[in-house]
Design a protein around this ligand. Structure first.
Ligand code: C2O
Length: 348
């Protein structure tokens, strides 16, 4: 393959695809995105866009004004027709498209998938960036920031209360995992059966492993290098993608559904509003890991940096965005509220 060939989706190819358990699914947009003009991503203008501060969801639970505003934004998003790319279901289906491989790659007939490789962190950053901006525009607040589900910190180790109300409700959750149940960041189908304090201590120790001791090299944290072409898919997730990311998806989804939908299956995961706070925390942990390393903390490979995807923005325009566009959150005009990371010193 010529060296300029980078991974990207071929927007003319959306087709039926399969869930992780090989159930047929269909999540393509109603109109081919290849028929829409696209614009290249532009950073928000710092002279007009203030910094959006993402805060812990368990703290924002107490801020009734915020919780009501976010709830209303989701309600509006859910009321938009499926034709509207800003609608909640279309937002969810973008995730379905890229987790099930509904697009082929631009320069090969291989499927384009973004999990289990170094595409994981940047693709999800893009997805929730656009989602956050759309929510803000629906309620006329450009300071709106997605809360993060701070499940790596003892105070945040339960489903945040806000997700139990109004438009945040998803009936397809494991009801035994609703509050006050403590999360198991390494859930593997079996209940671990620990008391709340023991489970919290287990979680903190596990975070140390995934963020520090098992993540000493970029490829271990980021996942394997996935390149364009037929044999490019590498299928080896980074530490945090594997757990707590995958494990909490599974922990949250309903035990009564075959693939623990919604959160437990990637094709349906983003139908649960808690998905976006889960990923807001994943996005934060990527930043924390980079700060802990300070150098050699981002792949310098142009195949990765030039890889691009397409998302709709708050004006429903199709935007082409490259991985290199999303590596500096200050330029994207958001940040994370400072929180203690109790696992940093939790060496067993
Ligand atoms: Cu694309 Cu949390 O999964």
């Amino acid at each position: 393959k010529p060296s300029h060939v980078v991974l990207s989706p071929n927007l003319t190819t959306c087709h039926p695809s399969f869930s992780d358990d090989n159930k047929p699914v269909y999540c393509c947009p109603p109109k081919r995105e290849s028929e829409e003009p696209f614009i290249d991503f532009q950073f928000p203008d710092p002279s007009t866009q203030s910094i959006r501060v993402r805060r812990p969801a368990h703290v924002m639970d107490k801020d009734k004004v915020f919780a009501a505003k976010y709830n209303k934004a989701i309600a509006i998003m859910k009321s938009l027709p499926y034709d509207d790319p800003r609608s909640f279901r279309r937002q969810a289906d973008i995730h379905c498209i890229f987790c099930t491989g509904a697009y082929n790659q631009q320069h090969s007939n291989s499927l384009m998938k973004i999990h289990r490789s170094w595409m994981f962190f940047p693709w999800h950053r893009m997805m929730i960036y656009f989602h956050e901006r759309i929510l803000g525009s629906l309620v006329g607040d450009d300071t709106f920031a997605l809360p993060f589900w701070n499940w790596d910190s003892p105070e945040g180790m339960h489903v945040p209360d806000m997700f139990l109300n109004g438009s945040f409700v998803d009936t397809e959750r494991d009801s035994s995992h609703l509050p006050p149940q403590v999360v198991d960041v390494n859930f593997d189908e079996q209940e671990r059966g620990l008391g709340y304090e023991e489970q919290k201590a287990y979680n903190v120790g596990f975070m140390y492993t995934q963020m520090i001791s098992a993540a000493k090299k970029p490829e271990l944290f980021m996942g394997c290098p996935y390149k364009a072409g037929g044999d490019g898919y590498c299928n080896s997730p980074g530490t945090v993608e594997d757990a707590p990311h995958n494990t909490l998806h599974y922990w949250m989804g309903s035990n009564l559904n075959p693939e623990r939908e919604n959160m437990g299956a990637f094709y349906s995961a983003a139908r649960d509003p808690i998905f976006y706070s889960h990923h807001s925390n994943i996005d934060r942990l990527w930043e924390v890991w980079r700060e802990l390393r300070s150098s050699n903390n981002v792949p310098e490979d142009s195949d990765w940096l030039e890889t691009h995807f397409f998302f709709h923005n708050e004006k429903s325009q199709l935007v082409r965005v490259k991985i290199r566009d999303v590596l500096d959150v200050t330029k994207l005009r958001y940040t994370f509220d400072w929180v203690e990371n109790p696992w940093i010193n939790a060496r067993p």
